[in-house]
Structure formats: structure tokens, C-alpha cells
Design a binder for this molecule. Structure first.
Ligand code: PLV
Length: 323
């Protein structure tokens, strides 16, 4: 079996973004992973630890991308995959999951409903549960992106801040762990969500983990109603500092379009939430407020990627968000 399923992704300098914020911006191109997002790191690692060739199969509840990673890994391991997605996941994701050889089940309105069904299948069918964001093995797998960045930057360069999107908080936990492993705990993290898929921000504001009533954002892959406990706990620690911020769906979409124009890479809205921190001027505002340093060291942007997008979907979203 392969040592691991993910790739060492390129670290690219973005001239357009660097010009905007007045510091060097590095893009960690997780969009170029097999299955289209960073999720393969954690899910590949988890499946290697928990799945045996004798397994009856894996079941993953997902907004789309965790499912894509689980389907890919299961195919490579030669075990069946069942992916449970909510009805809010676009048809193109369902098709892409099927193309990966997975059985797709559509249950409920949001990810939390799909997850309840996945957990039921674990009980009734004896499948191995692959959680999309809440598991130490996922965080350990995601953390592997930070030593790659360190190796690409060389020993003399350290990021001034890291920019990530937050759904259920798995990516955030992985980045925190990676920064700790690298001895970079003084590097702040800017944790981005869209309004209406803001369970981390809501928890930070409330001072405790809370459950959103509904997901009203179009960034469905950020749409967990409750953030994982570990992400909240990290937000309460002094190091690394985690700055939780929101953008609108429109800002995230605008960021997806600008990124496509300038970097020639198409990512989904969930990723656009992070990119929007640069394009909407949020990084500048955080500097003005003294929450990020001025001048800022190199900004590391985790381009988390995502498969829930194509030109048709992008145009649909544009119509929906303009009206
Ligand atoms: N998406 C999860 C959870 O959805 C999923 O099932 O695919 N960027 C992209 C492109 C993502 O797909 C996700 C998570 C994130 C960022 C956020 O990662 P997280 O959940 O680890 O914070 C409900």
C-alpha cells in the first residue's frame, strides 16, 4: 500500500495577492490534491489506521469534499464506500462521488442530518465511520501540510500569519497542530467562515460550543451546525492566536472569481471564504486594528480547494446571490 494518499502540494507565490496586502503571499495549493481538497490528508491517514482490507466498507457523512476523499481512498484500498450527503449538496458532487465508485445516499437538509444517517449505517451495516472533521487522526493528517510549507520556505522564512477556512474545524485543528509541531506557535491564524455557516465564530462569541439553528450560507461545505470541541478549545488558548472572522457569500463568490481570473484556478465557495480575507481588505483592517502585525511577514493561504464547483455552478451561484 502507498505510504500515504496525499501529495506534497506546491507552494506558490501570488503576485496579485502580494500586491494587494503589501506582503508576500504564499498559496498552499491543496486544491491540487487527489480528490480536489486538503481532506485527503486527514482522511487518508484515518483510513490507513482504522480500515482493514477485510472491512465491509467505509461510510462518510459529508458536504462533499470529505466524501470525495473517502471515496478515493476506499477505491485505492479496494473497499466499498458509502457517502451520505445532504440534499443541499449540488448534483455535480453526487455525480463526482459516483465517478469515484462510491454509493451515494442523500439524507436530510444539512450535513448534521446526513451524519445521523451515517452513524445509523455504522450500527446497522457494520461499516467503518469516517468523520469529516472531528477526529484526532484527521487533524494529525491535515497537520502534514505545515512541515511541507516549512521545507518549501527554507529555514530562514516563517509565515507572518496563516489563513484558513473553517467548516467543522478539522482543518483549523490540523493547522494548529502543525504550527505547534513546527515550533511556530507565535504565528496567528485567521479563521474564516461565511455568514450563515459560522459555527466557530458563534462559539467564540458565546464563549462555549453552540449549535446553529440552520445553515443559510451557500458555502455548504462550511455548513456544520456545531464546531468540533477541539477547535473551540484552541480558540481559548493564548498561542497560536486564532482570529475568527466572517465574510458574506457575495464576498466569498467574488473571491472565487478573482482567484480564477488572477491565478487561473477554480475553487469552491468554502475556499473563497478564506481568499476573501485578502481580496475584501480584511487583512488590512486587522492590521489597522492592531490584531495582525504591520508590516506583516509572509501570509500563508491554505487554498483548501473543493470539488463542488464548475462553470455552471458558478453561474448559478452568481444569479442566486445577486437576486
Ligand atoms: N467540508 C466538509 C464538511 O462539510 C466536507 O464534508 O467536505 N474547505 C473545503 C473545500 C471543505 O470541503 C471543508 C469541509 C472546509 C474547507 C472546512 O474544513 P473543516 O470542516 O475541517 O473545518 C460540512
Amino acid at each position: 500500500m502507498a505510504e500515504h494518499f496525499h501529495l506534497n502540494t506546491p507552494l506558490l507565490e501570488s503576485v496579485g495577492m502580494s500586491k494587494r496586502i503589501g506582503s508576500t503571499v504564499y498559496l498552499k495549493m491543496e486544491n491540487s490534491q487527489p480528490s480536489g481538497s486538503f481532506k485527503i490528508r486527514g482522511i487518508g491517514h484515518l483510513c490507513q489506521q482504522l480500515t482493514t482490507p477485510q472491512s465491509k466498507g467505509v461510510v462518510c457523512s459529508s458536504g462533499g469534499n470529505a466524501g470525495m476523499a473517502a471515496a478515493y481512498v476506499a477505491r485505492k484500498m479496494g473497499v466499498p464506500a458509502t457517502i451520505v450527503v445532504p440534499s443541499s449538496s449540488p448534483q455535480l458532487v453526487v455525480q463526482r462521488l459516483k465517478d469515484q465508485g462510491a454509493t451515494v445516499k442523500i439524507t436530510g437538509k444539512v450535513w448534521d442530518d446526513a451524519n445521523a444517517e451515517a452513524l445509523r449505517l455504522v450500527e446497522t451495516e457494520g461499516l467503518t465511520y469516517v468523520p469529516p472533521f472531528d477526529h484526532p487522526l484527521l487533524w494529525q493528517g491535515h497537520a502534514s501540510m505545515i512541515p511541507e510549507v516549512a521545507a518549501s520556505l527554507g529555514p530562514c522564512v516563517k509565515p507572518g500569519a496563516v489563513l484558513v477556512s473553517v467548516g467543522g474545524g478539522g482543518l483549523l485543528c490540523g493547522v494548529v497542530q502543525g504550527l505547534k509541531d513546527a515550533g511556530w506557535t507565535d504565528v496567528p491564524i485567521v479563521a474564516m467562515e461565511t455568514e450563515g455557516a459560522d459555527c466557530f465564530n458563534a462559539a467564540v462569541k458565546a464563549g462555549k460550543v453552540v449549535t446553529l439553528e440552520d445553515i443559510t450560507s451557500e458555502a455548504k461545505c462550511l455548513g456544520a451546525k456545531t464546531v468540533c470541541k477541539k477547535a473551540f478549545e484552541y480558540s481559548q488558548c493564548s498561542e497560536p492566536t486564532i482570529i475568527s472572522e466572517l465574510v458574506t457569500d457575495q464576498q466569498a463568490l467574488q473571491a472565487v472569481e478573482t482567484f480564477l481570473d488572477e491565478e487561473r484556478v477554480l475553487v469552491e465557495l468554502a475556499c473563497g471564504a478564506a481568499l476573501a480575507a485578502v481580496y475584501s481588505g480584511l487583512i488590512h483592517r486587522l492590521q489597522e486594528e492592531g490584531r495582525l502585525a504591520t508590516p506583516l511577514g509572509p501570509l500563508l493561504v491554505i487554498v483548501c480547494g473543493g470539488s463542488s464547483v464548475d462553470m455552471k455552478q458558478l453561474i448559478n451561484l452568481k444569479h442566486k446571490l445577486q437576486s
